[in-house]
Unconditional design. Structure first.
Length: 360
């Protein structure tokens, strides 16, 4: 009886395994067929453009009838060879993927659905990835980490950086942003314009110049010389929850044809110009002083400061990027601080880089 049960279980196991792998292979065949269609359509489109150019030369009497026929034959041969080579490459990838799935099935490993990838034009396409075609890449969700040098200016329109009146060290004062953003194409599939929105965190760190510290007294914040020991670090921090909205313009759009649709090719290196606005709500402000006292003991002083920084922040952003590299400037149109702080400049202005740009 036990032998019959074991045999039945084994048959059931291999039947299920075969069914799963068959589903995976069917999925591969569909993807393979789509790739072949895309290759043929793309190559025929390029071939027709060249043939049209030859016909135009013949109409303008730049070439003879014999030269026309010769050039058309050469073009047809060239693209026939190109299509065959690209199809053969996809055939090799399909065969390798199928062999790997069969091997994994025999060895009892995880299904090839989670492991196998195809290679096309040096880009990896995973079966597990939901973005299996270029159309899906026109709408993304990404994580962005940006760091900028921040300074304070006298007005919302001023772009003066490193001004002595700011009383803040430019190059030591920084702003850090972590954002989760949704990007969508604006208009048709060939449109080079995108809009981007999301939410995130921003932390501004202001370092006083001339080794001074922020002092909070009688609901007033002001800068003063430090006399309690050997000053190691002095900074004032504002923390915000941010909501950005950007419009992205692709300056060098490239196009592709997939499933008989012409669309922007978002897999190529795109030069981008972005312009946008952002708004934020302050969640905390803190004064930090680290020093060694007269007994040479390290002292770390932290104090949450109310009513000196504005609760709301609004500003604009311009950026220029290529691939994952992006440089930006930001200008706060509302003052970072209110009248309870005794400083000449109160409007933030920063220049920085996006250090991490991960698409999902």
């Amino acid at each position: 009886m036990k032998t019959k049960i074991a045999s039945f279980a084994a048959i059931l196991f291999f039947t299920c395994a075969f069914s799963q792998e068959k589903t995976v292979i069917d999925s591969q065949m569909k993807i393979y067929a789509k790739k072949i269609d895309s290759i043929v359509i793309s190559e025929k489109s390029k071939m027709n453009n060249e043939l049209d150019a030859v016909d135009q030369d013949f109409k303008q009497k730049k070439i003879s009838s014999d030269e026309k026929q010769k050039q058309r034959a050469e073009i047809a041969t060239k693209y026939e060879q190109s299509i065959n080579e690209k199809v053969e490459l996809q055939k090799t990838d399909l065969e390798n993927a199928t062999k790997e799935i069969v091997k994994n099935s025999v060895l009892g490993k995880t299904s090839g659905l989670d492991q196998i990838v195809f290679s096309q034009n040096n880009a990896l396409l995973s079966f597990k990835d939901s973005k299996t075609n270029k159309k899906d890449l026109l709408k993304t969700f990404d994580l962005n980490l940006a760091v900028g040098f921040i300074d304070l200016t006298k007005s919302a329109s001023s772009l003066a950086i490193g001004n002595r009146d700011s009383e803040i060290k430019f190059g030591k004062s920084t702003s850090t942003v972590v954002e989760f953003r949704f990007t969508r194409q604006l208009g048709a599939l060939t449109s080079p314009v995108f809009y981007r929105f999301g939410f995130g965190y921003r932390g501004d760190t202001f370092v006083p110049d001339h080794s001074r510290v922020f002092n909070y007294d009688n609901n007033q914040l002001f800068l003063t010389d430090f006399t309690a020991g050997n000053l190691k670090k002095s900074r004032f921090l504002n923390h915000y929850i941010m909501v950005p909205l950007d419009f992205v313009f692709v300056l060098n759009p490239k196009y592709t044809i997939e499933n008989n649709e012409k669309m922007l090719d978002n897999t190529k290196g795109n030069l981008r110009l972005s312009a946008g606005i952002y708004g934020g709500v302050r969640v905390m402000s803190q004064n930090q002083i680290i020093y060694k006292n007269m007994d040479d003991h390290r002292v770390s002083y932290k104090e949450n400061i109310p009513d000196v920084a504005n609760n709301f922040l609004f500003g604009g952003k311009l950026s220029l990027g290529y691939g994952a590299f992006n440089i930006f400037v930001k200008k706060d149109f509302t003052p970072n601080f209110n009248d309870n702080i005794k400083m000449n400049n109160k409007y933030g202005f920063q220049i920085g880089l996006e250090l991490l740009y991960v698409n999902f």
